[in-house]
Design a protein around this ligand. Structure first.
Ligand SMILES: Nc1ncnc2c1ncn2[C@@H]1O[C@H](COP(=O)(O)OP(=O)(O)O)[C@@H](O)[C@H]1O
Ligand SMILES: [Mg+2]
Length: 263
């Protein structure tokens, strides 16, 4: 069957690159995720010694697949943005409003590559400011390699699936990180919710591709949305603070209401 032959060719190609596929399910999604462009990026990452194997799939999202990988025997997270399925129109809008990335060519591929680079840059910037995010290790085209948040090879859970023993303290910790992100990293996450916070003794903020700088025209709108999402999630678990008070606390009074700009 043509499909089988394709699969064998694919395995041989990967083997020639020195990439081991360690997981049966990963083999199944290969056709969808690993197009020629992605294979080339993987090849380069192996050559740069950033990865040595691809293991099981952790997540299949709208725009990206996340796999557990290996580098020198230690686990890493491999996030692969799909070039074909990417929601690249929305991506383009975010990128063009960001002064760091505005001057990008507009082809689909370029948008996705820029998005990957932007997530890398955002993670690094957050990390340098002391916000608990996965440490970004490398990026190549549509692939981002970062620290694996988990224990052994078990990924940390999203905060929505954890039975938090002390939700009030967890809530405060999340608010503190929103504030640190805004004040120290000068970034707004823009898609913060119980899906993009992992819990491993403390909150880890993930999925920073769409995060924008404070001077982005939508920074205020994104920030209040992030705060609302976090309040909505925690309000079922503990007492939450008033939205406007949080907005003032996070921004130091620079943005008070929806629509106000960061000046
Ligand atoms: N560094 C990481 N360590 C462990 N698990 C991760 C890591 N990054 C992502 N994941 C898992 O993959 C899921 C999807 O990742 P995310 O970056 O949110 O991509 P998406 O754009 O698909 O939402 C996360 O909710 C989390 O379960
Ligand atoms: Mg996500």
């Amino acid at each position: 069957m043509a499909k089988d032959r394709e699969g064998k060719d694919f395995d041989r190609k990967l083997e020639e690159m020195g990439i081991r596929i360690k997981d049966e399910n990963t083999r199944k999604v290969r056709g969808e995720v690993f197009d020629e462009e992605t294979l080339l990026a993987l090849y380069r990452l192996v050559h740069r010694k950033k990865i040595s194997a691809i293991g099981g799939s952790i997540s299949t999202g709208k725009e990206a697949n996340v796999f557990i990988g290996e580098r020198e025997g230690a686990p890493v997270a491999i996030k692969i943005y799909r070039i074909r399925n990417a929601n690249f129109k929305a991506m383009a809008e975010y990128i063009l409003g960001d002064p760091r990335f505005a001057s990008v060519r507009r082809s689909r591929k370029e948008i996705v590559f820029t998005w990957t680079k932007k997530e890398f840059a955002n993670l690094r910037r957050a990390r340098e400011a002391g916000v608990p995010v996965p440490e970004p290790y490398a990026f190549e085209r549509n692939i981002l390699i970062m620290e694996f948040i988990g224990e052994g090879d078990i990924p940390a859970q999203q905060i929505r699936s954890v039975g938090l023993s002390d939700p009030a303290t967890a809530y405060r910790a999340v608010v503190d990180e929103i504030k640190r992100l805004y004040q120290e990293a000068r970034l707004v996450h823009g898609d913060l919710s119980e899906y993009n916070i992992l819990w491993q003794d403390k909150p880890y903020i993930i999925d920073m591709g769409q995060a924008v700088t404070r001077d982005h025209p939508n920074a205020g709108t994104f920030l209040i949305r992030d705060i609302r999402n976090v309040n909505r999630f925690f309000s079922a678990l503990c007492e939450v603070e008033d939205e406007e008070a949080l907005m003032r606390e996070v921004t130091g009074g620079a943005i008070k209401r929806l629509g106000d700009r960061d000046r």
